[in-house]
Design a protein around this ligand. Structure first.
Ligand code: SPV
Ligand code: MG
Length: 431
């Protein structure tokens, strides 16, 4: 009996999958691999059912002989283990990032004379509806809100990118690249006070109020499914913060990060060049406690951001604050620095991790930008936020275009630097 292998990363079995199994049965005994959660989230949407449920679901399909777990996006290990005579797959992976998986399968099969069978991908109204329903479920507040906690369990480090509009949300939602013999995508979105304010042409001093921030958040939530971490600035008055926690929780935001500053907040990247005041430990702990008491689910996270290193108050102050904020109920700690190297961040994490192994640590490596995600994870950091790079790349591109139109009195000279609109609108889902 010849061995046939196929890998599923679906939450729902539909006629397309049955078609693959039935075609596979013409060649031999069919083994189905269930892609693990950690592999799925590298390039696909977040699973809406557990891996165990996916295994049980596939075991019930008539004609399936074995169900196993495939732990990697690429097939090197699974093919080495199974040595299937055939791998069978829908032909929908010929284009886009998944083409890298197809190439990998072909290379592995060629090494010993295995064969790839591709069947026409089944796509009809019924399947389109199933697909849309899964995506919709992922976007619903109760499912999206808890996803950050789920990701923290699965990811070595949660890769988070700044978004400030529906369009930037779509870029972070849909960008998948080939990297390190695998595929990669962002896990979560950061709604930055700096970029949200800048996009509105306003300074980052808590001038853009929560009603306006909520408009941005809603634009992003409306067209994406990934979890949102909100930059909540200082959190404002405790009496206001508790209401905002409830609102954010209700709309499906996963976490708010509040920083321990008081008075007129200025952006941390200014450090001590501008007057900034750090809040007292007692008052900030009171704010954290009030926020935690206000929330209604166990999913929502309040993350305390420590500005001691930014304001040159020393490592001991930073560690004392971390200890106090966790005790007050903070679900995570963000430690910020504007040094060019990650040394002080690493020192903080190494000390903090000797006494606290589990509280998630968040960092924003804007100034210490040579550090890799792997190095951050090795120091116990759980969430990395790329806090402003999308905006900083868009701004000079737009400014150059404006200048070129004025200089040339037409647009022909810059046309080849512009993306055709049909490529941009490809990102936008049709209903
Ligand atoms: C933001 O993105 O608004 C932040 C991070 O608060 S930083 O700009 O580095 O202070
Ligand atoms: Mg900010």
């Amino acid at each position: 009996m010849k061995k046939v292998y196929t890998c599923f990363c679906t939450d729902v079995i539909h006629e397309g999958h049955l078609n693959i199994i039935n075609n596979g049965l013409k060649y031999g005994e069919v083994t189905v691999g269930i892609l693990s959660d950690s592999a799925i989230i590298c390039y696909n949407r977040f699973p809406t059912v557990t891996m165990e449920e996916r295994i049980e679901m596939v075991k019930k399909i008539p004609g399936v002989s074995n169900v196993i777990v495939q732990n990697d996006v690429m097939y090197d290990n699974i093919i080495a283990e199974l040595k299937p005579d055939y791998v069978i797959h829908g032909d929908n992976w010929k284009n886009g990032p998944e083409a890298a998986i197809r190439d990998n399968v072909i290379k592995n099969l060629e090494a010993y004379g295995g064969q790839l069978i591709e069947v026409g991908y089944t796509y009809n109204d019924k399947i389109r509806r199933i697909d849309a329903q899964i995506t919709e479920k992922l976007a619903m507040p109760e499912f999206r809100r808890r996803r950050l906690r789920q990701l923290l369990k699965i990811c070595p480090i949660v890769k988070t990118c700044e978004v400030h509009s529906g369009l930037t949300g779509l870029i972070v939602e849909k960008t998948v690249v080939q990297s390190d013999n695998g595929l990669m995508q962002f896990d979560a979105m950061w709604i930055s006070s700096l970029c949200d304010s800048t996009d509105k042409g306003k300074p980052d001093i808590e001038l853009v109020d929560m009603s306006s921030r909520l408009r941005t958040i809603d634009d992003v939530l409306d067209v994406t499914t990934k979890p949102v971490i909100l930059d909540g600035d200082t959190g404002g008055l405790i009496e206001h913060f508790v209401y905002n926690v409830r609102t954010l929780e209700r709309i499906g935001v996963s976490a708010v990060i509040i920083e321990d500053k008081t008075g007129l907040k200025k952006n941390s990247l200014f450090g001590t060049e501008v007057l900034q005041t750090q809040d007292s430990i007692e008052h900030f702990c009171e704010k954290i406690r009030a926020g935690k008491e206000a929330q209604r689910t166990d999913d929502f996270m309040i993350i305390a951001r420590i500005e001691s290193l930014i304001l040159e108050q020393g490592m001991e102050d930073a560690i004392n604050r971390a200890r106090a904020y966790v005790k007050a109920g903070a679900d995570g700690i963000m430690i910020h620095s504007r040094q060019k190297t990650p040394d002080e961040i690493f020192r903080f994490c190494d000390i903090f991790r000797t006494e606290d192994k589990t509280t998630p640590i968040v960092v924003v490596p804007t100034s210490f930008n040579s550090v890799t995600e792997k190095e951050l994870a090795a120091h116990g950091i759980n969430i990395v936020i790329y806090a402003n790079q999308l905006m900083r790349s868009a701004f000079p591109a737009m400014q150059k275009t404006a200048e070129a139109i004025l200089k040339n009195h037409r647009t022909m000279e810059i046309e080849d630097t512009l993306m055709p609109f049909k490529d941009i609108i490809r990102l936008i889902d049709e209903i």
